[in-house]
Design a protein around this ligand. Structure first.
Ligand SMILES: [Zn+2]
Length: 119
């Protein structure tokens, strides 16, 4: 048994209250009639299956019944964050070690400052 933080209830709840609903952030084509069969098929059926950071849509089915997103590491199963619909994740696949975006930016700034000292 483990707990998941619901960003709407704003508390940790038992995992049994939640259901996964697949990959998050899948945008519906603006004009479905203009899609080729391949494009429409990709939208409907094909999902990413990454090793590492993955964004997933979950629902708090036996709670507030709201949908939200989870950023999860598929290697360790660790849940790095949960966030509301419409919000962007702090942890992204571009940073597979799972650092938050603001930490990566601060480290990049520190490196550029050091390089400036050497020059
Ligand atoms: Zn909830």
């Amino acid at each position: 048994m483990f707990h998941i933080y619901c960003p709407y209830c704003e508390e940790l709840r038992e995992e049994e209250e939640f259901h996964p609903k697949g990959q998050a952030h899948i945008a519906r084509p603006v004009d479905p009639e203009a899609c080729s069969d391949e494009e429409w098929g990709d939208y409907l059926f094909f999902r990413d299956n990454p090793r590492g950071i993955h964004h997933e849509l979950w629902v708090h089915a036996v709670g507030c019944r709201k949908f939200f997103n989870i950023t999860r590491n598929t290697v360790s199963y660790e849940i790095l964050e949960t966030y509301r619909m419409g919000e962007q994740p702090r942890f992204t696949a571009g940073h597979p070690e799972g650092k938050p975006a603001e930490q990566v930016a601060a480290e990049a700034e520190a490196v550029s400052r050091q390089e400036g000292v050497k020059a």
